[in-house]
Design a protein around this ligand. Sequence first.
Ligand SMILES: Nc1ncnc2c1ncn2[C@@H]1O[C@H](COP(=O)(O)OP(=O)(O)O)[C@@H](O)[C@H]1O
Ligand SMILES: [Mg+2]
Length: 280
Amino acid sequence: MLVAVAGTKDSPGVTTVAFGLACLWRARGPVLLVEADPDGGVLAARLGIPQEPGLATLAAAGRHEVSASLLASHAQAGAVAAALIVAPSAPSHARAALRAVADGLSRSIAGLVGTTVVIDLGRLDAESPSLPLAGVAGQILFLTRPTLEGADALAVRLAELEGVTDLRSKARIVTVGEGPYSGQELAQVLTVTHMGHLPIAGGAEALWSATDGAHIPRRPLLRALESLANRFERSELSEQSETPQPLRMGAPNRADPASDLGVRASHRRRHRAAPSPTGL
Ligand SMILES: Nc1ncnc2c1ncn2[C@@H]1O[C@H](COP(=O)(O)OP(=O)(O)O)[C@@H](O)[C@H]1O
Ligand SMILES: [Mg+2]
């Protein structure tokens, strides 16, 4: 499962949602959270962990090819035991790292098998150096306020992205806070599925100090994140059941991008033989 979370200029909480989903899904298996925010990272400071290893060291080490083992060696074990690739906090450094490694990193995460990947894209627009990462996500959750300003900001962003790639078809709406419109109304106007609603409420801080995803206090924001996580999982399952499975008559299984790449598969084997402390 590969999900990205993105915002526009008027949407709060992208990192909170990406981190919250990673914490909640950690209970089911390995999770990798990639902080790919061109405006600079906040996770290291919030979690009290160093900025390196992370996106900057990964960019320096693997500009073209990011093997699974290289990826694991630049991930840190996060507070809730999800593996984290944190971005440098300086926007110029974050952008430079993303420009260098987003292509290789996106191929690498698309080839991970059995790991849930959550990508924090920050504010996504058609010039973002994170576009390659958005391109490999199965679905992109766009946070928006259910206001005219929020709807307009998202409509403009989606129109821009339509011109660049097929990202629009992966876009889903998550409404945040109160406003005159319901999620369903926005969904109709923008022709994008509404995946859930988050209140503006206390409780986000509990995430940053959590040591165990299963025991984060279920205050309103966390309960809403849990509903969103469940809804998302159901939508992934229904998409999988609707997607025709590839024939296995000697042809490589395209559902597993690593299966026809001997090099990457051998990386995976090596990696499995020596699991990293990040649990990837
Ligand atoms: N739904 C919410 N309700 C209340 N506070 C929130 C909510 N989402 C995020 N926050 C708080 O707002 C601040 C910014 O959130 P963050 O997720 O970093 O936003 P972004 O990534 O969009 O810049 C953080 O202090 C976070 O705890
Ligand atoms: Mg953020």
